[in-house]
Design a protein around this ligand. Structure first.
Ligand SMILES: Cc1cc2nc3c(=O)[nH]c(=O)nc-3n(C[C@H](O)[C@H](O)[C@H](O)COP(=O)(O)O)c2cc1C
Length: 222
């Protein structure tokens, strides 16, 4: 009974949340013929507007039994070859990617009423490319990569902090070694969707689908 009262109250608190999206529009006659260029235009705008973490993207994978899984990572590089992020190659997401390289990325830029979906296949980037990025990171982040056996169960935070202190001591007189279990993945896209919120829920959805090395542009109903 108590639980019911709580959920009713919660419902009451959120069902009035409603915002009209009126900031912009997207027209299939005006978008770039290249989805990479269109992404660059939008990404630059998100950056120029100082949105918080505009390079944060949710990456969806599926595990071997077909169960979906999502988490946020940071986009660190993009060009016509794909979208690169860095992670632990022993993590849950890495295991899922190795078993099934089909993923979906989602950028959500709510302040400008936009989202972008990118579907593609993942490949590991070259070790040299990962090393270049690793050594460009602050030392604390480099050590952090060493400390974390990402996605494994850990008994307490202090275990991690002790490990961090130990590694700091170990690497104090020189550069930190490159961890072979860490590096980048590139998502090579075959599908993009650019979504711009519209008035009265008539949103614009423009998609790019790769066919015979060409990008076909279509509009989807919102
Ligand atoms: C804003 C934000 C950025 C993140 N960036 C990364 C990242 O670039 N790489 C990464 O491995 N984890 C990143 N994380 C942590 C992941 O969301 C996730 O917790 C971690 O990678 C473990 O995921 P997994 O167990 O599914 O492999 C980020 C989390 C947030 C909230």
């Amino acid at each position: 009974m108590k639980d019911k009262a709580f959920s009713d109250k919660q419902q009451h608190k959120i069902d009035h949340l409603r915002r009209s999206y009126e900031l912009g529009s997207l027209d299939e006659e005006q978008v770039s013929s290249s989805p990479f260029k269109q992404f660059e235009d939008w990404f630059k705008q998100a950056q120029e507007l100082n949105l918080s973490e505009p390079n944060a993207m949710v990456i969806a994978t599926v595990d071997e039994s077909g169960h979906p899984n999502t988490r946020t990572v940071l986009l660190k590089k993009y060009d016509e070859t794909g979208f690169v992020f860095f992670t632990n190659y022993g993590s849950q997401k890495a295991k899922e990617i190795e078993a099934n390289p089909n993923v979906s990325l989602q950028f959500l830029w709510l302040d400008i009423e936009r989202q972008v979906k990118i579907q593609g296949r993942v490949e590991k980037i070259a070790k040299k490319e990962s090393m270049d990025y690793f050594f460009s990171r602050p030392k604390g982040s480099q050590l952090g990569a060493w400390v974390s056996e990402q996605s494994k169960v850990v008994s307490s935070r202090s275990v991690l902090m002790n490990q961090f202190a130990k590694l700091k001591q170990q690497f104090k007189d020189g550069s930190i070694e490159f961890p072979d279990f860490w590096g980048g993945y590139r998502v090579v896209p075959h599908y993009f969707e650019f979504w711009q919120g519209g008035k009265d829920r008539i949103h614009d959805r423009i998609v790019y689908q790769e066919e015979d090395s060409k990008w076909l542009i279509k509009r989807l109903a919102p």
